[in-house]
Design a protein around this ligand. Structure first.
Ligand code: CTP
Length: 407
């Protein structure tokens, strides 16, 4: 996600909870994504994690006191001025109470009070403290004032109890931080994304699948959701976390994906504004799925395969007046001309608006991709970059086209 954080400054304020150790991971992810992280800690946070660890990861001295001689002038003002976002990770119940009351008696409070950037908070506390009416009222007040909440989530907490109060995972917190800095240019847009492979079962232990990791489709869903779109993600079997704010529907086979897609687009395809078919849908499935494990026999064998429905082509044939926008993907081998040629063929045969074409050797598995955005009469090259960056460019294209259509 480097492209989203390069050149941005995050003031990371850590308060005193056992979950503070996870803030180190948040700091590391922000730094490796290109952000400058200004670490701020309360005195009680310093009882849980060492300032040396944090400053080592952030490459900056940790600010703990309002009176640090390293900062000329007023430190809380200087940090508030520098920050594109302030993240309080973890935020204790006490921190939330004090934020609600506008206290300014330590550096974190003064910084929050002086903020001009959005503030993200990641609460962490015992579930009874979170559900207490006082904390709930404080959360409602802070939320109404524009604080963005990452969690808390349901799960085990330090005492051994379990419930809502556990701090959100570092990835979800980083997503919330990025989202707070991201323009909400897709608010009101409804997008359906498919991702990952489909798996066609042969018998109870064997299947036919493909190498799709799902990363590209998940990155598109994440990017669109972060920019305010309402996103449904139909995912084949992949080991990827659901991006924040995305509604995920898990499927296994092409037939299941077909049903899930039709269900999501709704009657007359009126539930979505754009469909991005990034999934590597199996073209064929075994004619029969054996209920019993097949035993080996002789030197040769074969599995008879029959065609699956082409989901994208079906959507292309169903739609009227060019809505919803249809985005196909194509993984090909060959040079640029060949790849673009295949993609053009698919635009016509499937009746879609654009095909994002990529080369198999680059596309599969890794974190980077390079694609050609192929339209009927034009091609835009998106050079090799992190899949999050490529996803951003694809979503930019979708947004531009949707805006044009509505003009
Ligand atoms: N697709 C689909 N349903 C299928 C197969 C593919 O919706 N049963 C979609 C994919 O999600 C992708 C695009 O169609 O957006 C890929 O086109 P496809 O023709 O299937 O690609 P290949 O299988 O690579 O085609 P070919 O083997 O003909 O080159």
């Amino acid at each position: 996600m480097s492209y989203r954080l390069a050149g941005r400054t995050v003031a990371l304020a850590i308060t005193g909870s056992i979950a503070a150790y996870k803030a180190i991971e948040v700091a590391r992810r922000l730094v490796t994504s290109g952000a400058r992280v200004i670490p701020v800690m309360t005195e009680s946070a310093a009882k849980f994690i060492g300032p040396v660890t944090l400053s080592g990861i952030c490459g900056e001295p940790v600010a703990t006191s309002m009176w640090d001689p390293a900062y000329p002038g007023e430190m809380h003002v200087a940090i508030a001025d520098a920050a594109d976002v302030i993240a309080i990770v973890p935020a204790t119940a006490d921190t939330m109470a004090r934020l609600t009351h506008g206290r300014a008696d330590d550096l974190v409070m003064a910084l929050a009070l002086c903020a001009r950037a959005p503030i993200v908070i990641a609460p962490a506390m015992h579930p009874r403290m979170w559900s207490n009416a006082a904390t709930q009222a404080n959360a409602a007040t802070l939320s109404a004032r524009g604080y963005k909440f990452a969690g808390p989530v349901d799960g085990p907490v330090a005492s051994g109890d379990s419930g809502v109060g556990r701090m959100a995972d570092p990835d979800a917190i980083v997503d919330a931080i990025v989202e707070a800095m991201t323009p909400q240019d897709l608010r009101g847009v409804r997008m359906l994304v498919t991702a990952g492979p489909t798996i066609e079962d042969v018998d109870p232990v064997r299947f036919i699948g493909n190498r799709s990791s799902g990363k590209m489709g998940f990155a598109i869903a994440r990017n669109a959701a972060m920019r305010g779109a309402e996103v449904k993600l139909v995912a084949g079997p992949v080991a990827l976390a659901t991006p924040g704010g995305v509604t995920r529907i898990d499927v296994r086979s092409a037939q299941e994906m077909h049903r899930a897609v039709l269900d999501a687009v709704g009657e007359a395809m009126s539930n979505v504004d754009a469909v991005v078919m990034a999934a590597a849908v199996a073209d064929y499935r075994p004619r029969e799925r054996s209920e019993k494990k097949l035993k080996k026999q002789g030197d040769h064998t074969s599995v008879e395969m029959i065609r699956n429905v082409d989901i994208l082509a079906e959507l292309g044939a169903m739609r009227a007046n060019g809505a919803p926008l249809l985005v196909g993907f194509a993984v090909e081998t060959g040079d640029r001309d060949a790849i673009v040629g295949y993609a053009r063929g698919k635009i016509l045969s499937k009746r879609v608006d654009v095909v994002i074409a990529n080369e198999a050797a680059v596309a599969f598995g890794g974190d980077e991709n390079a694609v050609y955005v192929v339209e009927e009469t034009s091609v835009t090259d998106i050079p090799r970059a992190h899949k999050d960056a490529v996803a951003g460019a694809v979503v930019d294209w979708v947004m531009a086209r949707l805006k044009n259509e509505s003009l």
